[in-house]
Design a binder for this molecule. Structure first.
Ligand SMILES: [Zn+2]
Ligand SMILES: [Zn+2]
Length: 327
């Protein structure tokens, strides 16, 4: 039986099916049995000269780095570029000013968030927040997106665990749509849509994957793709950079646990996660609420989806949540 479902935040429709024959895309490219150190890997310790200079790093008690932040080798955008805007006819241009950084999450080649120690994941989360807050000093930047590409189908070409940051002189359309839709909801109901979503999902239970004191992980009601998950903080805040120490711990736990369940369910799929936060200069918004979206890349988009903005999800979010809960 098929259904059309509307995302309560962004009013995006999806078609959900209950297709028992759906099988995830088979090219699970995660190689099991990686060694802790890979001599040819540019992100492994000892190969620091194969990457650009270090922007910032954390060190362990022995003085070796535990997290390194570096500029992308081939950055799409550079902070050195002057910000200039121009229009020719109806066409607008902005120079390629911005930042494209890589966060090397661990010195160990064979680990990822789900297998890293909890305190190391907490350091990664803290580094994300520190970079976003530091980049607030560059007033040319309107938005900072933190994302992770793991596996080739997700756009990740280096197997050593890393995430990226793109700092932009414009606000991405998807983010602006989310902020605007959340604002429209707030004007109508006088509540934050994400706070209402958390309350509803806790009450309904059937889309909750896992929960702790400060976060909820759900398979969204109108999930675009099979096994999509959102991690939403229970405390309202529009800006991820305001995350507190308890929440850093809570997010580390729930992110590790959600990815562990995803990996167990889907045999280490390629995946992305992204942090949606408010624009850099937005101040504290009562209508917007930062969150993390996790998307395993186990299904390709077809013509109808590309052309309509509809997604067709062959699995019911309630069933995937139930399965993920059992793992
Ligand atoms: Zn490596
Ligand atoms: Zn909220």
């Amino acid at each position: 039986m098929s259904e059309l479902r509307k995302d309560p935040v962004i009013n995006r429709w999806v078609i959900t099916l209950d297709d028992k024959t759906f099988t995830p895309h088979p090219d699970s490219e995660f190689i099991h049995g990686l060694s802790e150190h890979e001599p040819a890997c540019p992100f492994c310790p000892g190969n620091e000269d194969k990457t650009p200079h270090t922007i910032t790093e954390k060190k362990d008690t022995s003085g070796a780095w535990s997290i390194r932040v570096i500029p992308n080798n081939n950055p799409y955008l550079k902070v050195e570029t002057p910000l200039q805007r121009k229009s020719i006819g109806i066409f607008d241009y902005v120079t390629g000013m911005g930042a494209n950084e890589v966060i090397i999450e661990t010195p160990k080649h064979n680990l990822d968030i789900d297998t890293m120690p909890l305190n190391a994941v907490a350091d990664v989360i803290k580094t994300y927040a520190d970079r976003i807050n530091d980049l607030k000093n560059d007033t040319r930047l309107e938005y900072v997106l933190i994302f992770k590409n793991r596996g080739k189908r997700a756009g990740g070409h280096i197997e050593h665990a890393h995430s990226q940051l793109m700092a932009l002189p414009v606000i991405p359309k998807k983010v602006q749509e989310e902020v605007d839709s959340a604002e429209a909801y707030f004007k109508l109901k006088k509540h934050c849509v994400y706070c209402d979503l958390v309350a509803n999902e806790i009450q309904m239970k059937d889309r909750v994957v896992v929960e702790n004191a400060s976060f909820l992980c759900v398979t969204p009601f109108a999930s675009r793709l099979p096994f999509e998950m959102w991690i939403i903080p229970k405390r309202h805040d529009s800006h991820f950079g305001n995350i507190n120490n308890d929440e850093i711990q809570g997010l580390s736990e729930i992110l590790k646990d959600s990815l562990r369940r995803m990996n167990k369910a889907l045999s280490f799929p390629a995946y992305n996660y992204i942090i949606h936060t408010s624009p850099q200069k937005a101040g504290s918004l009562e209508h917007y609420h930062w969150h993390v979206e996790i998307v395993p890349r186990i299904k390709s988009l077809a013509g109808f989806e590309w052309g309509s903005g509809f997604y067709i999800n062959p699995t019911l979010p309630e069933e995937t949540a139930g399965y993920l809960r059992s793992l």
